[in-house]
Design a protein around this ligand. Structure first.
Ligand code: DGL
Length: 300
């Protein structure tokens, strides 16, 4: 006979933990993951850090990004988060293992969930990965995908300008962000963005891939652009939903869901100087207003 009592929280939970989940990225990209978390776990509080002052992470060397990960995880654990989501592929590749070794809370990244989504999606076992230079150079995706299915051939390409295009597109575009995150393109996309996308993606198209991993959390913001170039036969996968599922399982197994009926707090911090800009454009990615947004100086 089981001795666990039914929790007041989600089904199966044995105790409640009202503390927030820490989430971070170099900027707006990780908000695509925060959005999936809010959707899947609406009672959970979130403490988000966007390290906009040091964005982009992609061209930096691994040791430097690893240092940023340590710094942000230290700040988040100092704010008593119950777990941390590194909602940035570049930071996951550079610093996940070190962070897991250094901090006492569960820490998940986005590479493994994205790799899992890809391995479970591909039918012809030919998978493309687009990501920042840092993520591609680390080989993290190829390793993670082949760890799940060693028979999959992975074709990786660094598409560094997509981070800048995503951030620029977010600021220049009008209309619902959903249009930009749709699978096919119904929105007007600047011709120069399309030229850049073609240059990056044509070689991958020739590799006969049936699945393309958006291996940077900024890239779901360019789904319409990328989907328009690679065509309908290629399925685009990203980490957000799969990562939210992992977080759900971890909290469930640890009995750490927020108590039932919790009113969650969602607080956002940016290292960037312009808090109002972060609020305005971040709210577009989240598809809901950001009420609490503050500037943060991270201690060295
Ligand atoms: N969003 C980050 C990622 O998932 C990268 C953006 C950057 O280069 O800072 O890799």
């Amino acid at each position: 006979m089981s001795s666990s009592t039914n929790s007041p929280g989600r089904p199966g939970a044995v105790a409640g933990d009202p503390r927030p989940i820490g989430v971070f990225d170099s900027g707006y990209g990780g908000l695509t993951v925060a959005r999936a978390l809010q959707k899947r776990l609406p009672e959970e509080s979130i403490l988000y850090v966007g390290d906009s002052a040091r964005c982009p992470y992609g061209p930096r060397d691994q040791a430097e990004v690893d240092g940023f990960v340590q710094q942000i995880c230290a700040w988040l654990t100092g704010r008593d988060v119950k777990m941390i989501v590194i909602a940035c592929n570049t930071a996951t590749a550079a610093g996940l293992v070190h962070a897991q070794q250094a901090f006492p809370v569960p820490i998940v990244g986005v590479v493994e969930p994205g790799a899992r989504a890809a391995a479970h999606t591909t039918l012809n076992r030919r998978v493309g990965v687009i990501a920042t230079k840092g993520t591609v150079d680390s080989n993290a995706y190829a390793d993670a995908i082949r760890h799940i299915d060693a028979g999959i051939t992975v074709f990786s390409t660094a598409t560094p300008r997509f981070v800048e295009i995503a951030e620029m597109g977010l600021k220049l575009s009008s209309g619902p962000i959903e249009d930009y995150m749709a699978d096919t393109t119904k929105v007007y996309i600047r011709p120069e963005f399309e030229d850049i996308a073609r240059q990056y993606l044509e070689p991958l198209r020739r590799c006969d891939i049936d699945t393309l991993v958006l291996g940077c959390t900024h890239y779901p913001l360019l789904k319409a652009l990328i989907g328009g170039v690679v065509g309908r036969k290629v399925t685009l996968v990203s980490s957000a939903d799969e990562t939210a599922r992992d977080v759900d399982h971890i909290l469930g197994r640890r009995g750490a869901y927020a108590p039932a009926g919790s009113v969650p707090t969602h607080a956002f911090f940016t290292t960037g100087a312009d808090v109002e800009e972060f609020r305005r454009f971040g709210g577009r990615v989240l598809a809901r207003p950001m009420h609490v947004v503050e500037h943060v100086e991270l201690p060295a």
